[in-house]
Design a protein around this ligand. Sequence first.
Ligand SMILES: *Cc1c(COP(=O)(O)O)cnc(C)c1O
Length: 454
Amino acid sequence: MNDTVKYFLPESEMPKNWYNIVADLPQPPPPVLHPGTGQPIGPDDLAPLFPMDLILQEVSAEREIEIPEPVREIYRQWRPSPLYRARRLEQVLDTPAKIYYKYEGVSPTGSHKPNTAVPQAFYNKEAGVKRIATETGAGQWGSSLAFAGSIFGIAIDVFMVRVSFNQKPYRKAMMESFGASCIASPSDTTQSGKAILAENPNSNGSLGIAISEAVEVAAQNDDIKYALGSVLNHVLMHQTIIGQEAIKQMEMAGDYPDVVVGCTGGGSNFAGIVFPFIGEMLRGGSKIRVVAVEPAACPTLTRGKYAYDFGDTAHLTPLVKMHTLGSTFVPPGFHAGGLRYHGMAPMISHLQELDLLEATAYHQNTCFESGVTFGRSEGILPAPEANHAVKGAIEEALRCKREGKSETILFNLCGHGHFDMQAYTDYFSGNLEDRNYDEQELAMALAGLPSVAA
Ligand SMILES: *Cc1c(COP(=O)(O)O)cnc(C)c1O
């Protein structure tokens, strides 16, 4: 028996391009609309927020976009990331399935986020940008952009969702160590933040609110740009280095997945691992199943509406067509802060409409139970977000056991949970609540969707 458990690619095998799935889709995604005119926006409309290189990537239809050498040089610090076969987990589950996981927790900040933080900072640097405003949920994105900003000499201002700001204080310390500033959102430093606080001084905050604050700062200051850690096409594309490496590593293992699983907040780590595999399938390769796992308390793909909506709560962004719970929806404060976004990446929403993926939702306690099972067999404690992917993979492995099938399962272990130990403490002490979202609030948020002519 071949009992290899780790598959390391040599540096020379690190992908040289990002993969753009648009080139292989049977149908392009719907256009992004200007909220005032209802007409498709052009690159110039986005110029106040992003450097032109990133805007062109956002709207590109080229299959491959070259990764600039200075970005590759930084990627090499932790990439290619390892792929593991979870043999001990397989034994514990007593499943005939083979379970592989790609591990993105080896990056400097412990998640997949630097894969896009580094190129985003690079293109801003090239455009002469000196300061970037951004939001963060659990703090993974804020610390990753802070890291990238420190490398390229760009000041980073982070609006961190208040519930996570209180739950994960060491993320702020990490951002500050890299020279960034981090304040709790909603804050009283922006109009958007003040408006929310006037209505609810104890607001937990949400990604939608934090995005409004950061976009407002960038839109009002010529010398400040904005960066987003997920959702947008160029962000998803930067993450495809994960899946491209995984394809080569599965080849080293002499195997190919039947099922690929990832957790979905805004959709970037999921896109990162699955898009290259879906691309192979669309170009005539093996048929696979693709499973997105989301939190039951913020179920965009399983309960959201596929409609045009704003990306933020204060309605400062363009309109994008996506699975959404409504831009004013504030999910309960569960621990997977990175999964608390009201919408799903338009590209992933489009793929769901094309029946190229399946979505499932779980509450946080069962996800932590899976994360602990995984940790006890593999020695890595996943981030609360990643526990959703682990749960999804374990469910697939148990299905294989019931059906007597030796399928191959691959999942993305998108980050470790070393900054999230309070969540584990809460889990072990029985203080982790499986809270449902407020049905009435969801109905109201959905009723408030902008009306857009078909
Ligand atoms: C940010 C984050 C997520 C959620 O964002 P996606 O864009 O959906 O990937 C999930 N896991 C981890 C570890 C994160 O840091």
